[in-house]
Design a protein around this ligand. Structure first.
Ligand SMILES: Cc1cc2nc3c(=O)[nH]c(=O)nc-3n(C[C@H](O)[C@H](O)[C@H](O)COP(=O)(O)OP(=O)(O)OC[C@H]3O[C@@H](n4cnc5c(N)ncnc54)[C@H](O)[C@@H]3O)c2cc1C
Length: 451
């Protein structure tokens, strides 16, 4: 068994000697970017079932008001929210099974406090839907666990930043507390607090279950009239040019039929670029390897909050009586050749890249030094240049919407449905238009009487 602390030493040894043993073992910290389908991950037994399906799970309709492409977190969320807005002639097409891309293995952490009002509102909405609304609507549990979140500050500047987050949170009704190192130790006895300046504790943060959430979202959407079709890859998108020379979505093609539609939402994760190309739309995201490791049991870790140490760029997610340890890689591996065959699959973990998280994790929870690694989870995730998602209608083609590029936050940020955005935008334009008219000189007031 590899221990987290020992893993560091082994990597250093491998780097220097690259011993035969090191070359032969699967946990040999290789830097290959091949993928494997046989990783020991917590959800494997549920999701990797051979169901023998060869064609679409349902017949394709001839037409739809909206076709959502991709049955991951974003696709299911978009479908559900469209239905809640009253649209029922909506179809979701998934190449494989729901969650097969990135979503099935996500860590699922939900931190409510972020340095942007929009994200804070979106996350509050997410939390509300997942922790109560969906369950009330469907009677199904989403797998939400409210174990709280703890942000670590190792210096005054970081704690000042957290205090600003706390103020922002107050405006949105999010409960949070700044804790001293001693108070943090009381809350999280396994934590090393010697180098702590303070922490920010958000008791109603938590973790969502990717499969449970997507199943519940899709059930709620289908109960409202939507259609979910799995095993049905989209192979083309027809675009027409209207009388004014404007390009518009016309239809979605698959090997099993074509669906006429004026509107497509591209929720295809790291495959979104390929879907964009089918319609002549540029989708500026890049696929990278992103990873965490799941530890063996840690005595005393049960019920602890999730931990985010921004300075060490590491997070510790509670996973039953163990931890998942991950972070943002500073020297990530790009996945340039995105494969269409990749479903419920993972990459081999490159320990040279992952090692940057180990020191920070072991420093924060020293028990990790002697804790074994049960499994590694390294999957593809989309990243964008400004670390913000791509949402809304693409400028090149009317009716082609994007819901992708979620920078490792796509499990917990609900789409403020792009179509809603349009309705609200039109509404706001109208409001501003009338305000503008009312501020015009008197002679124009006659015009207003027309309304
Ligand atoms: C290791 C790791 C840890 C993470 N931890 C967190 C976390 O703690 N919190 C968080 O919020 N986020 C986290 N994320 C990020 C989060 O998992 C993703 O942002 C999110 O799952 C992306 O969802 P998606 O629906 O955009 O993409 P996907 O889940 O990849 O869904 C896209 C779907 O499109 C389908 N598809 C592709 N091509 C076609 C086609 N031609 N026709 C039809 N369907 C197609 C695919 O099969 C796939 O199912 C993590 C990611 C990774 C890799």
């Amino acid at each position: 068994m590899a221990f987290l602390g020992k893993a560091a030493q082994r990597v250093m040894a491998c780097r220097q000697t690259l011993s035969p043993l090191c070359r032969a073992t699967t946990r040999c910290y290789s830097s290959q970017s091949t993928h494997t389908t046989e990783k020991s991950v917590p959800y494997e037994k549920i999701l990797k079932q051979e169901d023998g399906l060869s064609g679409p799970t349902k017949p394709l309709p001839k037409s739809a008001d909206v076709v959502v492409i991709g049955g991951g977190s974003l696709g299911c969320q978009t479908l559900y929210h469209l239905c809640k807005l009253g649209m029922t002639n909506v179809v979701l097409l998934e190449r494989d099974r729901l969650t097969a891309g990135t979503t099935w293995h996500t860590a699922g952490l939900l931190w409510q406090l972020r340095p942007s009002d929009t994200e804070v509102e979106l996350l509050a909405h997410t939390r509300n839907v997942i922790s109560s609304e969906l369950e009330e609507e469907t009677g199904l549990e989403t797998g939400w666990i409210q174990n709280g979140g703890l942000f670590i500050a190792s210096n005054k500047q970081r704690l000042d930043e957290y205090k600003r987050l706390m103020s922002l949170g107050k405006a949105y009704g999010i409960e949070s507390y700044v804790l001293s190192p001693a108070e943090t130790k009381d809350l999280y006895p396994l934590m090393n607090v010697k180098d702590l300046y303070g922490t920010l504790y958000v008791p109603k943060d938590g973790t969502m279950d990717p499969a449970g959430t997507c199943t519940t979202l899709s059930r709620a959407a289908t109960a409202r009239g939507a259609t979910v079709i799995e095993n049905c890859p989209v192979t083309g998108i027809q675009v027409k040019v209207d009388d004014l020379g404007v390009k518009r979505v016309k239809a979605v093609e698959t090997a099993h039929g074509t669906i006429q539609t004026p509107c497509v939402v591209n929720c295809a994760g790291v495959w979104a670029t390929k879907l964009g190309e089918m319609a002549g739309v540029n989708v500026p995201l890049i696929a990278m390897h992103h990873a965490y490791v799941v530890t063996e049991r840690i005595e005393g870790i049960q019920n602890m909050p999730n931990v985010r140490d921004h300075d060490a760029s590491v997070y510790l997610r509670l996973q039953g009586d163990a931890l998942s340890v991950g972070g943002y890689e500073q020297n990530p591996i790009f996945w340039n050749d995105v494969s269409d065959k990749f479903a419920f699959s993972l990459f081999d973990l490159d320990w040279d890249v992952f090692m940057q998280h180990i020191d920070g994790a072991v420093n924060r929870v020293p028990a990790l030094e002697q804790t074994g690694i049960k499994s590694t989870v390294c999957g593809p995730e989309s990243f964008t240049a400004d670390h913000k998602p791509l949402m809304g209608e693409a400028p090149e083609v009317r009716g082609f919407f994007l819901g992708c590029g979620f920078n490792s936050a796509g499990k917990t940020v609900f789409v403020w449905t792009p179509l809603t955005f349009n309705v609200w935008t039109v509404f706001l334009y109208l409001v501003f238009f009338f305000i503008f008219l009312y501020t015009l000189p008197d002679k124009n007031q006659d015009f207003l009487k027309c309304f």
